[in-house]
Design a protein around this ligand. Structure first.
Ligand code: TMP
Length: 236
């Protein structure tokens, strides 16, 4: 028996016979600006599933704890059941997007040090930015959990930078979500890492290979994601 547990903007989560395992289905839908802009693209679910699978496997090889178990079809993965920590973690290496607007610094400026930002995961509030004091006062996570989340986010950044660099791609910024394993409360990387949740630019030309092509009407989304997947094919 499999029941729909939750439907998000880009994925559906289903139960499986094992209470510790969920099935994720990647949808063809794309949204931006907290769901205000919407479209559906044939092939998007397959492309994000393939790209995310490659990234989770690479992270597992580097001993990063993730919810990923296996990919079972073109659009589906099995993952460990977690309770999601309601904090979206954004890691930035290069100025872009909301950081550029907030601080008045041009997109493309390389940051002197990596920035880790926290956002309170709440669609109603539009995911407001918070700091660790807010997270602790709101009891979104404990101090130890926040420390672990920050450490893991920076480890993932190192691994992703090296991975994308081999494909001639600059990792500008990305968003992560973490969960606590039902059985042990261990913090693991959850959700997805895909061009929906990263900014990826060609190192030389700064051509965008991520969802900004849809947010900003720059290029065709499936063609862009296909191009990205092709470039990642040869990376170990
Ligand atoms: P931002 O510059 O709009 O704050 O986005 C930073 C990074 O986080 C960028 O790679 C896109 C990603 N992101 C998401 O995955 N989900 C979101 O809801 C938002 C706002 C950004």
């Amino acid at each position: 028996m499999s029941q729909l547990l939750y439907e998000g903007k880009a994925k559906k989560m289903f139960t499986t016979d094992d209470p510790n395992v969920l099935r994720v289905e990647y949808k063809n839908d794309a949204t931006a600006f907290n769901g205000q802009k919407k479209a559906s693209f044939e092939g998007k679910g397959r492309l994000n599933n393939a790209i995310c699978t490659k990234i989770f496997k690479m992270l597992q090889q580097k001993n990063v704890p993730t919810h990923y178990i296996e990919t079972i079809s073109e659009t589906e993965q099995l993952v460990k059941a977690v309770s999601i920590v309601p904090i979206e973690v954004v890691v930035r290496n290069v100025v872009a997007g909301s950081l550029s607007k907030r601080l008045g610094v041009d997109e493309g400026v390389t940051l002197g040090r990596t920035i880790v930002e926290f956002y309170y995961k709440s669609d109603e509030l539009g995911d407001p930015m918070i700091n660790s004091d807010h997270a602790l006062a709101m009891e979104l996570a404990t101090k130890e959990e926040l420390g672990e989340i920050r450490k893991l986010a920076l480890t993932v950044n190192d691994a992703l930078q090296a991975f994308f660099s081999e494909a001639g791609i600059l990792l500008v910024d990305f968003k992560l979500e973490f969960g606590k394993l039902k059985a042990t409360d261990e913090i693991v990387l959850a959700d997805e890492i895909s061009p929906d949740s990263c900014r990826l630019w060609d190192k030389e030309t700064h051509e965008k290979l991520d969802k900004d092509v849809f947010r900003r009407n720059i290029a065709d989304l499936p063609e862009t994601y296909e191009k990205l997947l092709k470039r990642l094919e040869d990376v170990k």
